[in-house]
Write a protein that binds this ligand. Sequence first.
Ligand code: FEO
Length: 168
Amino acid sequence: MINEKIQDAFNEQLNAELYSSYLYLSMAAYFQSVNLEGLASWMRCQAQEEILHAMKFYNFINERAGRVLLAAIEGPPIKWESPLAAFEDAYRHEEKVTGLINNLVDLAIQEKDHAANAFLQWFVNEQVEEESSVDAVVHQLKLAGDQGSGLFMIDRELATRVFVLPPA
Ligand code: FEO
């Protein structure tokens, strides 16, 4: 069974992951409004991944006989100055999430909850990939320019990302 401190912190992270999904879905909607279908599709995949992250916390809390307590999800921004500005925001957001995960690891160690610590290691590794994949797009947008033919090429490339549901 998880103690109340871990339960509360994991419920907060569940909310943060749902907010991440909401943020990326809002970015997808922004990209769609400016006819960047590839960027929109990439962000929709990202939003779906965040739901999976949230569900990992949901399932873990339940498996450890804790209580999932859902709270209101903050409204995300709804528009950005440019595609680059949106992806830079996404990168800053992932850095913030990495910090939240690291804080949870610290708490699990402090509370001597080894199962929680082991569970969180998946997220420690995932955050390396999360930061890296968003950073790669930031660099592409900076190099190719975030308008004209460079943006067209990036949009076409990002359209190839597909969301694959991992095995249960
Ligand atoms: Fe759930 Fe993008 O971190």
